[in-house]
Design a protein around this ligand. Structure first.
Ligand code: G6P
Length: 763
């Protein structure tokens, strides 16, 4: 720092001195020229006027020239005028001011030159010690040159003036250098050395693990980029440290806990040089017009929550339907964009569908056909030939997009998602046998009799068997699938290993129970003490007064058992009047697929039912059901989960149901009771929930009462056990096992080939 200051100061001194000297040199030259011009002009005027007065005396005799001497003397008595001499035609001095004759020993050349040219002339010469200006004027008589007049003017004051300028300059430079050096030193000390010292101190503390906060905002704009970099650096260092700590804890906890970082390392290790692709109907970011601007919305989908960390971890590509009205404006010419928008980590490739295609493939075959077919919630599936054609075509469209993205990549890995893409695995595998293909079926797979009503069951099952790995949430869905394969197609099923061999290709079928993220350390606001106050504030916002709070969070879908849970609440209030004016149930219902009549009507039914029950029991500021008909962000929902006494998940049938797990993950206070439908995948992992049959209204009403009356100890014990399950089987474990299994798939499958060769040679 000292060396820097010294260098800075020397550079400043040299710079200022050079600039000052140069400017002074030009100033002196300019002034000198001005003063000389001024002097010459003055002498010229004097000379001309004196010549007129002297000329009449030229031809007078020596004795009559007294007046001439008087004129000359009087004239020579001026400031800075050294003297005057008058010469006759022969060059004899006929009048001269006192004191000049001894100094001017010889006639200067300029005088002779003026005489011979007949013109005035002047020059600067040295006369002894002094510098003088000599000006000669020819004198005339009858048109002929009859002598010359010489004026000698002192010029040394010009030099004195120049010296004064140089001296002033020197003093000015000295003062400037002093002031600037002082200011520089002060600036360096206050604005540079200070922040640098503080930053160094902050970094030392960071290195020693004493702080993890951002550095204070710098005093100078100059340092702002550095401060921003430091903040990012600190964040990475803190993240790396906590990852290392977690890693150590993991080893301690015998490998039970999965984090995003661990998943990231695991997936990268498994993939090696291969690239990961995901194809899902729903995109992770939907761009929508919001007034004049465009906003990126994250849709209400557990699938997005589950897959985003995986894609981020390995910079993969997500192929999805571009469904937002501003989606086309935000992609490049290859229909790609980098996401998340504020921290791009992976590629989103959008596929466009016409209204007609969306109607047939998504609303029609996927959601009016397969969805009710697989869910068995007593809504009749609709199978239209035209929908099926669109479904096939859309699968082809998405497969082509995936294949395009895979071009030039060796042994790519594809995770296809859900019932929208049953045909896609075979399409991909046919074009790219070197690809590892898995499909995860996020919804239930019904028994073969139920699935058998689908006119295209063979095509669907055959399409799925193109995959190397098919994942379901639970074992019974795997079993149902294999039974369906057994009935629908010719194949060889290995019930011991849960694999299907068909046309020399083997498909493994396995359960991978999907899950959620599990937040580790509670923030102060989330920690136990504030839950009560948070609930008071929440109820006040809703304009309701209640002592007990229940919560339900669902897409408004007929499979979720929302009407049944309302009936159970009604029954509770009928049977146990003590809960009137005390228990309020808050239902969040995100409108979903409302373009389909059944969904549109269902939303109306839910609203009407809530209204009917409210009308029956409502008093003053209390009402039994608050129905909030809009999508809430993950963050908003946390507040409801944290403050509720119980959460109702009463699906008539559900692949997994992540709301149940989200509720458990949110309860860092280890309180709250989960009432869970037996017909969800989650019920297999969470036996500590109060398991109910959603068709049994009486039982559900009793479960609500039981939950409200459960003592704190039991609530805690149940919640602790459920939290352990969700913590250990979080979303990162799900992704790691699924991708791990897929990457283990042997593409050459030598056992099968050998078997068929043996069979062929035996025949
Ligand atoms: C279910 C499906 C998902 C789907 C989600 C939301 O969970 O399994 O694939 O993304 O519902 O439905 P939507 O039709 O709005 O994508």
């Amino acid at each position: 720092m000292r060396l820097l200051t010294l260098r800075l100061t020397i550079s400043l001194i040299v710079g200022i001195t050079l600039i000052s000297l140069l400017s002074s040199y030009f100033e002196v030259r300019f002034q000198r020229r001005g003063l000389r011009r001024d002097l010459e002009h003055r002498v010229e005027v004097l000379g001309e006027s004196l010549a007129d007065r002297v000329e009449p005396y030229l031809n007078l005799k020596k004795g009559s020239r007294k007046d001439l001497q008087v004129i000359v003397e009087r004239f020579g008595d001026r400031e800075h005028l050294t003297g005057v001499i008058v010469y006759n035609a022969r060059g004899e001095s006929i009048a001269v001011t006192r004191g000049l004759a001894p100094a001017l020993t010889a006639e200067p050349a300029v005088v002779r030159q003026a005489a011979s040219n007949g013109q005035s002339a002047g020059e600067y010469i040295r006369m002894g010690e002094a510098s003088v200006y000599i000006y000669a004027v020819p004198l005339h008589q009858d048109e002929a040159v009859a002598g010359r007049l010489v004026i000698v003017h002192d010029a040394s004051y010009i030099n004195a003036q120049s010296r004064r300028v140089w001296r002033d300059t020197f003093l000015r430079v000295l003062a400037l250098v002093f002031l600037i050096t002082l200011t520089t030193l002060l600036i360096v000390r206050w604005s540079i050395a200070g922040p640098i010292a503080r930053a160094a101190q902050w970094m030392r503390a960071l290195r020693m693990g004493k702080i993890s906060s951002r550095p204070a905002a710098p005093d100078l704009d100059l340092f702002r980029p550095l401060a921003n970099e430091m903040a990012t650096f600190a964040a990475s260092l803190t993240a790396a440290r906590s990852a290392a700590e977690q890693e150590a804890q993991l080893r301690q906890a015998a490998d039970t806990f999965w984090t995003a970082e661990r998943l990231s390392v695991h997936v990268r290790g498994k993939l090696g040089e291969s690239r990961l692709f995901v194809v899902a109907n729903r995109e992770p970011y939907i761009h929508r017009h919001q007034g004049k601007s465009v906003e990126a919305v994250v849709p209400a989908s557990g699938l997005v929550t589950a897959l985003e960390p995986v894609l981020r971890a390995c910079d993969g590509t997500w192929v999805a339907h571009g469904s937002g009205d501003a989606d086309r404006e935000t992609v490049d010419k290859h229909d790609r964009l980098r996401v998340p928008p504020d921290d791009p980590r992976y590629t989103l490739r959008r596929v466009w569908l016409s209204k007609e295609e969306e109607e047939g493939y998504y609303y029609g075959f996927s959601n009016e056909g397969l969805w009710p077919l697989c869910h068995i919630a007593h809504t009749r599936p609709l199978f239209r030939g035209s929908d099926w054609e669109h479904y096939e075509r859309a699968n082809r469209r998405f497969a082509d997009a995936v294949l395009k993205e895979m071009e030039g990549m060796d042994r790519p890995v594809l995770l296809a998602q859900d019932y929208h893409f049953a045909l896609l695995p075979r399409m991909i595998k046919k074009a790219r046998p070197d690809a590892r293909v898995a499909i995860f079926w996020h919804i239930p797979w019904p028994n073969p009799e139920a699935f058998g009503i689908c006119p295209w069951q063979r095509e669907l099952v055959d399409g799925l068997l193109g995959a190397d790995l098919i994942g379901f949430h639970i074992q019974s869905h795997c079993t149902h699938f294999l039974q369906t394969v057994d009935r629908a197609l010719e194949s060889r099923i290995d019930w011991e290993h849960f694999t299907v061999n068909r046309d020399e290709h083997r498909t493994a079928v396995k359960p991978f129970p999907i899950s959620v993220e599990f937040p580790e350390s509670p923030s102060p606001a989330e920690a136990g003490g504030s839950v009560y106050m948070e609930r008071v504030a929440l109820l006040r916002e809703l304009g309701v007064e209640a002592a007990f709070l229940g919560v339900g969070v669902d897409r408004a879908d007929y499979t979720k058992g929302i009407l049944e849970r309302f009936l159970a609440i009604e029954r509770l209030l009928e049977k146990h009047a003590t809960y009137r004016e005390k228990f309020t149930f808050l239902q969040i219902g995100a409108p979903s697929r409302t373009h389909i009549k059944r969904y549109h009507d269902f939303l109306g039914e839910v609203e009407a039912e809530a209204e009917r029950i409210n009308w029956r029991f409502q008093t003053g500021k209390w009402k039994p059901i608050v129905f909030m008909k809009r999508q809430h962000s993950h963050h908003e929902i946390q507040r409801f989960y944290r403050t509720a006494d119980l959460c109702l998940v009463t699906s008539l049938h559900d692949g997994m149901n992540l709301v149940a797990k989200e509720f458990v993950a949110a309860r860092q206070d280890e309180q709250g009771v989960l009432i869970l439908s037996r017909f969800t995948g989650a019920a297999r992992e969470l036996p500590d929930a109060l398991l109910v049959n959603p068709y049994d209204i009486e039982q559900m009403a009793e479960a609500i009462r039981f939950a409200l009356e459960m003592n704190t100890g039991e609530r805690r014990a149940r919640m602790q056990r459920m939290r352990k399950v969700v913590r250990e089987n979080n979303i990162y474990r799900w992704a790691s096992t699924l991708i791990g299994e897929l990457c283990e798939v042997r593409l050459d499958q030598p056992a099968d080939r050998l078997l068929s060769q043996l069979r062929a040679s035996a025949a």
